[in-house]
Ligand binder design. Sequence first.
Ligand code: BGC
Length: 383
Amino acid sequence: MSWNWKRAAAGFAAASVLMAGMAACSSSRTDDGATASESSTAAEGGGSGGELIGIAMPTRSLERWNKDGSNLEALLKEKGYSTNLQYADNKVDQQISQIQNMINEGANILVIASIDGTALAPILETAAGQGIKVIAYDRLINGTDNVDYYATFDNYQVGKFQGEYIETALDLKNQAGPFNIEPFAGSPDDNNAKFFFAGAWDVLLPYVEKGVLKVPSGKSPASDDEWQSIGIPGWTSEAAQNEMTTRLNSFYAGGTKLDAVLSPNDSLALGIAQALEGAGYTPGPDYPVLTGQDGDQANVLNIIAGKQSMTVWKDTRELAKRVATMVDEIASGATVEVNDEKTYDNGNKIVPTFLIPPVVVTKDNIQDTLIASGFYTAADLGL
Ligand code: BGC
């Protein structure tokens, strides 16, 4: 029995149960506790046989995941698939039960942006038992054979761009320093955070070792592998703000100058900028270099206001497009196009991956990147 046929049969049976229940549309809890209808039936006559695609996103609390979810859902609906999009409020158990529900509903393919990349092996075992294919979205899922493909941005390159930005801004190749830097890393349970840190630290650590860069707080991992020691759980702005405030109060109170902060993403950069503001830093030549990632609107506004130096923009529309293509390829039995078959080892296997290049955005190229591509309008950014 072919995969398509078996899954279509299961999907049909589940859909009948669902329709008998109430309507061909399910309700679910959203992050903010509101009840929302997040499931849909297939548009008629689309490019597919109406297979059900479960989309599990981590949280609504970050702008990017909202965009990721809605872009992907819209593309899949256009192509004629049914979708069930769920957000899990950054709670691992909630994400697992959402995936279980998608399996029960007869999902043919699961697209998962995991919260904890190591926590999904048992539920994916269940999915595999039913022939469901799994695409890891943006974040790798570890410790299981049952993840078929991975689509993401080049995570190491994101970090490399951040490290190189600091290297150029402080002219580290030519200056003796010492410059003071405070490094941060992402959530310890997010596999991506390791790559972001490694990309940046491979550029910056040699300068720390030479004494050109100093880390007054002492929170300076001796190697890439120690990144979790400075990780901010859940990627929250609040935790980053608290951590930065503590470091400023404890190590910079006597007038020590802070030259740069390595922030792996925009949610952390927002909190760090708040802490800087709280400590009296104002935009201008003495404001520290501050990195970021995602191109969230609040951060682009901060870049324009001089409160953040750069962001590494990941055009989530491109990721959604790539994943929709993967879904089509899987559903039609075609070869799934990937461009990296060596980097993403999840502990059990190397997961075939499609990497999308990220883009550095500074004050100088906002127009040519974010606005020209239609990611934001000039009005969104007050320009
Ligand atoms: C994503 C980043 C995001 C972070 C926090 C990472 O896995 O790749 O784009 O900023 O999670 O949600």
